[in-house]
Design a protein around this ligand. Structure first.
Ligand SMILES: [Zn+2]
Length: 160
């Protein structure tokens, strides 16, 4: 019988990622993701990029279209936060675009609807045919082993 030892799980003090996630290492209370971000911030000016981004947003607003920005929305925390930031901090008119494919379950769809409603943005749902998705999923897997979004990109590309 193999001897198993339980590793103590620790959490990043900055972002709360845990040490039991693959590839995450906690060092001096900070996770490897936060440490990598700090290294990037030393090399690139965040403030400069934010100013450039604000310029792009101002150009989008000046066009006075129905929406200033379209956000690909999964209903997860990243795209939900991005929508919140764009709408509430940068005052952009946001359209949330959800790509509904066979791997999106009913709960995910319900979350998308609830979150977009709470954020006060319109949700456009784009349904992908199951057979077409399978076809491009297979092709995408062949072409982009290291890119988990590759199959979805290919399916969208094929439809539009
Ligand atoms: Zn962290």
């Amino acid at each position: 019988m193999a001897l198993e030892t339980k590793k103590k799980i620790t959490f990043c003090k900055k972002c709360v990622l845990s040490s039991n996630l693959p590839g995450v290492v906690i060092k001096d209370g900070k996770c490897s993701v936060c440490l990598a971000e700090e290294e990037l911030e030393k090399r690139f000016s965040r403030k400069e990029y934010i100013e450039k981004m604000k310029g792009v947003f101002a150009q989008a607003k000046a066009k006075k279209r129905c929406y200033d920005v379209v956000v690909l929305f999964s209903g997860g925390k990243d795209s939900s936060y991005l929508i919140h930031l764009l709408k509430n901090t940068y005052k952009l008119r946001v359209l949330a675009l959800a790509i509904i494919h066979p791997l999106v379950n009913g709960l995910s769809l319900k979350n998308m609807e609830e979150i977009s409603g709470r954020l006060g943005v319109e949700l456009m749902k784009f349904y992908i045919d199951g057979n077409l998705f399978k076809k491009y999923l297979g092709q995408g897997i062949k072409l982009s082993f290291n890119d988990k979004m590759g199959p979805i990109r290919l399916a969208i590309y094929a439809i539009i």
